[in-house]
Design a protein around this ligand. Structure first.
Ligand code: HEM
Length: 144
């Protein structure tokens, strides 16, 4: 079970990164071209929220129970038990708070700007959260 969940969590990072980059780049394009913030414009953010939630569930199951570094285990480590989950939670919070703030804005220019800020910040924090292979705590780019 552990190996399956950690492999899914590892693979899903690429989808989180790709969708966050898509949401940011499409918001930059929308702001530049002064496009209307239509229902279709919400698609990257909605897809990103859904995938970020799945990543959160997988991460929580590792963090709470399955991982050798779980908060409940003797193998707790500064990186895996504290730093990485905190960064991961920040990514998920940025995506959700961003979606709510976008909806509350009164005009399209403000919606695009808010999308750039929150989804752009989510990309940046996700890049920090990922245990890249060249780091001391690094893991492979793919689980297989
Ligand atoms: C956008 C958010 C996240 C990304 C991109 C991400 C990415 C990753 C990656 C690439 C790994 C290494 C997998 C491997 O061993 O190959 C990992 C491991 C891990 N993640 Fe996340 N993660 C995210 C969110 C979270 C959250 C929110 C939590 C907990 C609340 C979490 C908990 C963990 C734990 C405990 C491990 C270590 C598993 C182990 O080595 O036993 N992650 N994560």
């Amino acid at each position: 079970m552990y190996l399956l969940i950690v492999a899914a969590h590892s693979l899903l990072r690429w989808l989180v990164l790709a969708l966050a980059a898509w949401a940011t780049l499409s918001a930059i394009g929308g702001a530049r071209d002064r496009r209307a913030f239509t229902r279709r414009a919400r698609l990257p953010g909605v897809a990103l929220s859904a995938v970020a939630d799945i990543q959160l569930l997988l991460g929580l199951s590792l963090w709470l129970v399955l991982s050798p570094h779980a908060v409940t285990s003797a193998g707790r480590s500064g990186y895996w038990t504290f730093f990485h989950p905190l960064c991961g939670l920040t990514v998920v919070a940025l995506v959700h708070v961003g979606s709510v703030r976008i909806r509350r804005k009164l005009d399209d220019a403000a919606r695009w700007r808010t999308a750039i800020r929150f989804y752009g910040a989510a990309v940046a924090v996700a890049l920090v959260a990922i245990p890249w292979p060249f780091l001391g705590t690094g893991r492979p780019l793919l689980p297989f």
